[in-house]
Design a protein around this ligand. Structure first.
Ligand SMILES: [Zn+2]
Length: 268
């Protein structure tokens, strides 16, 4: 039986793939990947994400300004983003708050996040959220601001187990990356056992968040730097890791993840 797998979060447009997207997608399709949310993280990404979506039907394009790249934003970035969302009303992201990355300015992050959250809420588009070491503030903002009625995704959820219910009550979904299969990620694995069944999603975050070597089915390198990168076809390996974690047959897991994915991102 072949499974239909859904990647809730990746960055297929990334330069590190060296223009090999068609080949990567072919491998991903053979591994069962039915759809993937491809997240633009800055203005330069957005036309590339749109071009991939036009070329490959399995690509669901998402447009947003990630906190890591906000320093690059142009004076017209909000207008520019709204234009993409009006042309292709699909999804907003990756947006978020980051108080972890060394040297990253915190000023302006909240304002940019809230602006983009509102664009998503007005259009009822699914929104993909990055959050590192800012979970308390994230919850406050999501409680105070308008949210898309269909919900939002906390990608690679790394907040506490205690906060899961509060986020879920607001419409939160939670995506598990293969990176959490690394031995030291015990706390995150434990937290994921407490995610409501109808709010779980699975992601590769390719080209980032590598699985442990023993689980890496599709080794790939950035040809420019020689560094290993994550292949989108590794989604099947992330599903197997998740099925082990939850003690659930992979077929059952895949069926509920499909339902969850289509409820949040579907109908587009
Ligand atoms: Zn990402």
């Amino acid at each position: 039986m072949s499974l239909r797998l859904y990647d809730a979060h990746n960055h297929l447009q990334d330069d590190r793939f060296g223009g090999r997207q068609a080949e990567l997608l072919e491998a991903a399709a053979s591994a069962g990947v039915a759809r993937m949310v491809v997240n633009g993280a800055c203005e330069e990404d957005w036309p590339q994400v749109l071009a991939l979506a036009k070329q490959f039907p399995q690509v669901l394009p998402s447009f947003g300004y990630h906190p890591w790249y906000l320093h690059e934003r142009t004076a017209d970035w909000q207008k520019n983003l709204a234009k993409f969302l009006d042309t292709v009303p699909s999804a907003v992201g990756e947006i978020g708050l980051d108080r972890w990355k060394p040297g990253l300015p915190h000023a302006g992050q909240e304002e940019a996040f809230i602006t983009q959250l509102r664009l998503a809420a007005e259009r009822n588009l699914p929104v993909s959220i990055h959050c590192l070491q800012a979970w308390g503030r994230m919850l406050e903002i999501l409680q105070a601001e308008p949210r898309p009625a269909r919900g939002f995704l906390l990608h690679s959820y790394g907040g506490s187990q205690e906060m899961v219910k509060a986020f879920a009550d607001l419409g939160g979904y939670f995506s598990l990356p293969g990176y959490y299969a690394h031995e030291r990620k015990e706390r995150q694995r434990e937290t994921f056992k407490h995610i409501p069944a109808d709010r779980l999603l699975i992601e590769t975050d390719a080209p980032d968040q590598m699985l442990p070597d023993t689980r890496n089915d599709f080794p790939l390198t950035d040809e420019k730097t020689g560094k290993p990168i994550n292949h989108p076809a590794n989604l099947a390996a992330v599903y197997r890791f998740a099925a082990e974690l939850f003690g659930e047959p992979v077929e059952m897991l895949a069926a509920r993840v499909e339902e969850n994915f289509l409820r949040l991102f579907g109908g587009i």
